[in-house]
Write a protein that binds this ligand. Sequence first.
Ligand code: GLC
Ligand code: CA
Length: 551
Amino acid sequence: MINENQENLWYKDAIFYEVPVRSFYDSNGDGIGDFPGIMQKLEYIKSLGVDCIWLMPFYDSPLRDDGYDIRDYYSILPEYGTIRDFDNFITEAHRLGLRVIADLVLNHVSDQNKWFQEARTDRTNRKRDWFVWSDTPDKYEGVRIIFIDTERSNWTLDPQTGQYYWHRFFSHQPDLNYDNPEVREEMKNVIRFWLNRGLDGFRCDAVPYLFEREGTSCENLPETHEYFREIRRMIDAEFPNKILLAEANQWPDDAKKYFGNEDEFQMNFNFPLMPRIFISLVKEDSFPIENIISKTIPVPDKCSWGLFLRNHDELTLEMVTDEERDIMYQEYAKVPKMRLNLGIRRRLAPLVDNDRYVLEFLHALIMSLPGSPIMYYGDEINMGDNIYLGDRNGVRTPMQWSYDRNAGFSRVDPEQLFAPVIINSNYHYEVNNVESMSRLPTSFLNWLRKLIITRKKSAAIFGRGTIEFIHADQKEILAFLRYYEGETILCVYNLARKPSYVTMDLRKYSGWHVREMLSLSRFPDIGDLPYFFTLQRNSFFWMSLEKPDPQ
Ligand code: GLC
Ligand code: CA
C-alpha cells in the first residue's frame, strides 16, 4: 500500500532516465531529434521500467554548449518543436505514469542572451549588474578553472566596455550575479514558468558556483545554500511535490551539504561514488566503494542520492586524488583523444570493452546501493561512442532504434544527421539497437528490463533501506545487507576478473530461507555454519532473506 507520505517521496524509489531531445528521435525529417519524436518513444521509455525522464536543456540557445548556453529561458529551441509540442509531450508522459524533470541552468547564460547583450552595451546599463564585472582579471584569484582544455582564465575582456566578465565555464557563458535581487527573482520566475507547464522538477546545473566572494574558492558558499533554500521554500509553497536534483560535483562533505536540513535539494548526484566504482573494478578491491558509501551516508530521511555510471559529460575526475586519476586514465583512457578536461569522454560500454559480465555487474550495483539510479539513454543497448567528434558530442550520437537507415533515428540522408550514427564494428547499430535487442531474449536490454522489474518489486528496500557492509576475507568481495521495515536483502559482488568465493557469518539469520531474486531459485537455508558463496568473475547475487513461518 502506498500512503500519501510514500507517494510524496516517489523519487526515493524511482529510476531516472536522462535524454537529450536532440539525440532521441527525429519526427519531421530534418536530421535532429524533437519533442514530437521523443513523444512517440514514450512507450519505449515506459517499457524500460523507469519512472522519471530527465530532459537535457531544450531552451532557445546558440548550442555552443549543447543548450547549457541559454539564449532565452522562456522559449523552446525551434528545431525541437513548439511550446505546444512540449505541453503535449508532458501530458502524454503523465498519462503513461512517467514523470519529467528538466535541466535548469542557473549559474550562467549564453553571451547571446538579451540580458547580457544589454548589459554589455555600456557600464551604466540597467542590466549591467546582472553579471559579474571587474576592471582587472585578478579578482577571485586562485579559483579553479573547470574547462581547462579550452579556457585559460575565469575572466574574459569585453572590448566594448573595457571590463572583464566572470565565467566558470566557457567564455561565451557569462555567470549571472546572484548578489543582484532582480536576478534571484527572475530565475524564480523561470522556475515558475516551467513548473506551471507541468514539469515535475529540475536537475539543477552547476549549483556550487552561484556566488563569488574574495578569498574563497567561490564554491559551496553559504550564500549559495541560502539561495537554494529560498528557491525550495518558494517551490514547496507554490508547487508542492516538485523535486530538485543537484549537480554538485564536490568532495563528499561539500556534496552532502546540498541536502541541507531537508530544506535544499531532495536529490543530489553521488559524484563521489561514481569514479570509485570504476577504481574498485580496476583494483579488484571493494574498499573504494565501501569507504565512499560510508562517507556519503546517512542522508536526511526525505533525501536521496542519484546513483549513476555515466551521463552526457565526460566521466569527471576532478574530485579524486592524483593517484586515483592516474589509475583511471591508465585503465580507461589509453588514447589521448579519450580525455577531456579532467575526465574521460567515453560511453559506458566502450569504457569496459563491451564486457557483458561487467556491464551487468555495474548496473546491478547502482540498482542496489542506497539511492535512486539514473541511467543515460543508449546505455541500455550498450551504445558505442565516437571519440573523433569534438567536445562531449561523441557520447550524444543518435539513439539506435533499428537496423534501418540512420539506425531508425531519422529518415534524412545520413550526411544530414546532426551527428553520425555509431558504425564501429563492435558497437554497430545494426546489432546494438532497440528493435533487434528487444527481439533477442538473451540481449542485454532484456536482461536489464528484468533487473529493473526485480528492483521495482523491492524498490522501498533499495531506495529507502539502510545498508550494512559484511566484511569478507577476500578484498574483491563486496557484500552488504539492505533492510527496510523488516525486510532484508543480501547483495554479494565479486569485483575480480576471476572467480572467487566468500564465507559469511550469517548466524543471526539462522533458519532463514535464501532466494535468488532474479530467478527466484531457493538456496540452502542459513544455518549456524558460515554461509558459503562461489561467484563467477565480475558477478553478483541479490538474495532475499526470508524469515521462516513460525511453526
Ligand atoms: C554542467 C553540464 C555540462 C555543461 C556545464 C556548463 O556541468 O552538465 O554539460 O557543459 O554544466 O553549463
Ligand atoms: Ca526533427
